[in-house]
Write a protein that binds this ligand. Structure first.
Ligand code: ZN
Length: 315
């Protein structure tokens, strides 16, 4: 069955607050009666009385610089720098949002939930493009990318110009999405990853909530979500990602639940140093270390290479 689509469909299924939320513009809006008021996201002003959303009619208006208004489609186009094509892709993604909910929540007492009073989780599931070239270059199939709730986001806002992965706490509650930047200049300036503001990153072992840490095969600990995905494709579905090189006290507490640890960080200088440091600290009673070939990440290896490397290790 072909999923319904088109401007009329989007207009019926995407509401203005949802559009604004996905672009990170709801923070400053205040609800007064049946209207939202705040600075105008179109001309990016700071007058809190400039922009209004009529929630009943699902229309918006800017009373200052723009001096115009319209429906969700007009707003999507203006927030997409006037580009109809980008607006269409954005609305298409939003119109197929899955219902909010926990995925595979598991009772996991004893591990602090990743909440701080300032952090606002984003619970909704975004419909992301699993076929983006970034994944194809890593040899990750759309099925794998979808299974791990990753993909490219084409709308503006927090995830603009990134490929995103969904992040959960240890209990499996969704916290939002982290974005891997794609633009080389942006990476040099700000680093590869973009995390939601105030997300307690030190509480996250990516993919933890999908695993049974006490299983006999133990856990494989890697740096990036892409390595977790690539290992899963090669049949090793017991990997978690540190999303960095350090191991926080909360992550340590989680890793100590595993029967054994295979540390498999990236093959660059930083990864090799961190591996040596973690191995020397013997943070787990049963830890072994392997490396990918120099300057490669586990995600760069083919499934056959991963199988060869990991089975050689366990023989
Ligand atoms: Zn305006």
């Amino acid at each position: 069955m072909v999923a319904p689509t088109g401007w009329r469909y989007w207009k019926q299924h995407v509401r203005i607050p949802q559009l604004l939320e996905s672009a990170g513009h709801t923070e400053q809006l205040r609800l007064v009666g049946k209207r939202l008021w705040g600075p105008c996201p179109v001309h990016r002003g700071d007058n809190p009385h400039a922009f209004q959303v009529d929630l009943e009619r699902d229309l918006w208006f800017c009373f200052t610089q723009c001096a115009r208004g319209g429906d969700v489609i007009d707003l999507a186009r203006l927030l997409s720098a006037g580009c109809w094509r980008r607006a269409a892709r954005w609305l298409e993604q939003l119109s197929h949002l899955e219902p909010t909910g926990c995925c595979r929540a598991q009772e996991d007492s004893g591990i602090p939930a990743a909440v701080s009073p300032d952090f606002r989780p984003f619970r909704r599931a975004l419909r992301l493009d699993c076929t983006h070239l970034f994944f194809r270059n890593l040899g990750l199939t759309p099925t794998t990318v979808r299974r791990f709730e990753a993909g490219a986001w084409y709308g503006p806002g927090f995830l603009e110009a990134t490929v995103a992965v969904r992040v959960h706490d240890a209990q499996g509650r969704p916290l939002g999405y982290a974005g891997r930047r794609l633009d080389r200049a942006a990476i040099e300036r700000w680093g590869k990853w973009k995390w939601p503001p105030k997300l307690p990153k030190t509480h996250i072992l990516w993919n933890w909530h999908r695993l049974r840490p006490d299983a006999a095969k133990g856990l494989i600990v890697v740096e990036s979500p892409w390595s977790v995905m690539k290992l899963a494709q090669a049949g090793f579905d017991n990997a978690v990602a540190l999303c960095g090189l350090a191991i926080s006290s909360v992550q340590l507490q989680m890793l100590l639940r595993a029967r054994k640890i295979l540390l498999f960080l990236d093959g660059d200088e930083a990864g090799i140093h961190a591996s040596a440091r973690h191995a020397a600290s013997k943070f787990h009673p049963c830890i072994r270390v392997i490396h990918p070939p120099a300057n490669l990440d586990p995600a760069d290896l083919s499934e056959a290479q991963l199988i060869e490397l990991l089975t050689r290790q366990t023989r």
